[in-house]
Every structure is written in structure tokens, then in C-alpha cells.
Design a protein around this ligand. Structure first.
Ligand code: G3P
Ligand code: CA
Ligand code: CA
Length: 289
């Protein structure tokens, strides 16, 4: 079909990897160009093989400096120091700001227009060691899972809309009353036990693996975006959830940053509340389907 205005990108480029697979029969994993409804063309990675394929990479959360507390590179929390005056932090979970590139998704933060443009049903998450090249992501990832419940249908089709409903903002609610949804996951690499072991023993005692949780709250009413692979049963969620608001009161700014309080009992020690070195030094890639 011919587009007179040139403003109907669906005639030129697919809007998601799922559409690319279904309409154009593309079967190979790799980098492709997609287009938004408003005609913005961008490149991202498509996983065309896991559980039927059609998964679009829309974001990666990368910790460039665990010792920097809400400093440069903390785009999924705050690059502004950690202050009650900026309760939303950078606001990336629910705005249309984009950054990074697909190819550098394990070396820096990445957010493309698909994050807010694609209407999806499920998410997949990959933990890939930092600085791996695209063709190695799949084999080097040590944790990969996806949801199958089509839960995004209840949250207007993507995380941008889900986080509008559950703002990642300091002071927005309390733990555990105001957590967002916890959705069961199916593992593609790893299992509940290996997933749980990525976090410290104190977290293993206060969470249940086999879920992805959105917008958790901690004891001090800081908001956290994603608890990867776990459903919190306690409230010190800053040691297992990533991305967050602009202010973490406990020992401020020590828990402020993209990987929040993963280093509370030392960097990569896996002791007490601290996460393992493996998960601390890996990017979290987020896909939609
Ligand atoms: O999040 C952990 C903190 O609230 C308590 O830490 O060092 O007293 O176990 P700690
Ligand atoms: Ca970051
Ligand atoms: Ca705490």
C-alpha cells in the first residue's frame, strides 16, 4: 500500500520485532530497524528464537560505577545526586527521553522509542555480563526469563504506561502495601535457585524467586523500578531491585543509583545484603513481546 503523506511508517518498517517476524517472516536474531507510529526510525536487537521469538529489546539498565551514588550514568534512577527535591530522579521509567544504542546495550544504558511506542503483552529479561558484543549476548547471559501471562494488557501495553500508573517516585507509598505487580516468570537460562543466589543471603531470606516485580517500595519510602526474578517479602528491597527514584533516605546517598544498594555489605561480596559480583557487573536487558 502506498503512503501519500509518508507518515505511515508501518508501510515501510515494522513497529516491533513481533511484527517483523509475523509480517516479514524474519527468523534471525540480531539488529534491525523499527519505526514508531510517529515515524521515528531506530535500530534495536530482536530475539527471534526464544519461546517463539518476536522479542524487541527496548531498554538496558547498566551500572557504570557502583561507587557513584546518583551520579553520571545513573539514568534509570537519578544523575542529580539523590535529593528529596527531585523525588522522581531522571524520570526515565515514565518519560519519552531515549539514550544509548543497541550495540552498546551492555556497556551503557539504553532506551529506545519502542519502550513507549510498542504495545506488548509480555516482557523478557536478560542479565548479560558488561561489555559483551551483540553476537555473544545470548550465549554469555547467565539469567534469562520471560513472562507468559500477558500482564501488560492490564497496564496499557508497556512499561512506560505501567510506570505512569505506578510512579517511580520517592514518598509515593509504603512497603509492602503499595508495591506494583509481581508477575511469575518462565526461565530460559537459569532457574529459581540460581536466580536467588545472585542476591545476598539476607535477600534470599526476604524474597521469593520466580517473579518479576515492578515498582517496589522500601522501608524509607524510596521507590524501586524492577526486582529482577524476585517478589520481595521484606522491605530492604534496595538490595535486589534496580532503577529507582531520586532519593533514598537510608544513609543517603549510599543507596541511590541504578543498582541501588547492591553494594551495602561491600562491592560484589555476596555477603549480608550485598549482591554477587556476577549480577553487579551485568547489564539488565528488557524486551517486549
Ligand atoms: O538494608 C539494610 C539496612 O537497612 C540494615 O542494614 O547493616 O543494619 O543490617 P544493617
Ligand atoms: Ca546506568
Ligand atoms: Ca534498608
Amino acid at each position: 500500500k502506498f503512503s501519500v503523506s509518508g507518515r505511515e511508517p508501518e508501510y515501510f518498517s515494522p513497529r516491533s520485532c513481533k511484527e517483523l517476524m509475523q509480517r516479514y517472516k524474519t527468523k534471525e536474531d540480531g539488529l534491525y530497524y523499527l519505526s514508531t507510529a510517529s515515524g521515528v526510525v531506530y535500530q534495536t536487537y530482536c530475539d527471534m528464537t526464544t519461546a517463539g521469538g518476536g522479542w524487541t529489546l527496548v531498554a538496558s539498565v547498566h551500572e557504570n560505577n557502583m561507587y557513584g551514588k546518583c551520579t553520571t550514568g545513573d539514568r534509570w534512577s537519578s544523575q542529580q545526586g539523590g535529593s528529596p527535591n527531585v523525588p522522581d530522579g531522571d524520570g526515565s521509567w515514565s518519560n519519552t527521553v531515549t539514550f544509548g544504542t543497541a550495540e552498546a546495550a551492555t556497556s551503557d544504558d539504553f532506551k529506545n522509542p519502542g519502550y513507549y511506542d510498542i504495545t506488548a503483552e509480555d516482557v523478557a529479561v536478560w542479565h548479560v555480563p558488561n561489555n559483551e558484543r551483540v553476537d555473544q549476548w545470548k550465549v554469555k547471559s547467565f539469567l534469562r526469563y520471560h513472562t507468559e501471562t500477558k500482564f501488560l494488557n492490564s497496564y496499557r501495553g508497556n512499561l512506560y504506561n505501567l510506570f505512569k500508573q505506578f510512579p517511580v517516585k520517592f514518598g509515593v507509598g509504603s512497603c509492602p502495601a503499595n508495591h506494583g505487580p509481581s508477575v511469575p516468570v518462565v526461565y530460559d537460562v537459569g532457574n529459581t535457585k540460581s536466580n536467588h543466589n545472585l542476591y545476598g543471603p539476607n535477600i534470599r531470606g526476604t524474597s521469593e524467586p520466580g517473579f518479576i516485580t515492578f515498582r517496589a517500595i522500601n522501608t524509607e519510602r524510596a521507590a524501586l523500578a524492577i526486582c529482577s526474578g524476585v517478589k520481595p517479602t521484606g522491605c530492604h528491597n534496595e538490595h535486589c531491585c534496580i532503577g529507582g527514584c531520586g532519593y533514598f533516605p537510608e544513609a543517603s546517598p549510599r543507596q541511590c543509583g541504578d543498582f541501588t544498594g547492591f553494594d551495602w555489605d561491600g562491592y560484589g561480596t555476596g555477603v549480608g545484603w550485598s549482591a554477587s559480583k556476577q549480577v553487579t557487573e551485568a547489564a539488565v536487558l528488557i524486551f517486549y513481546r
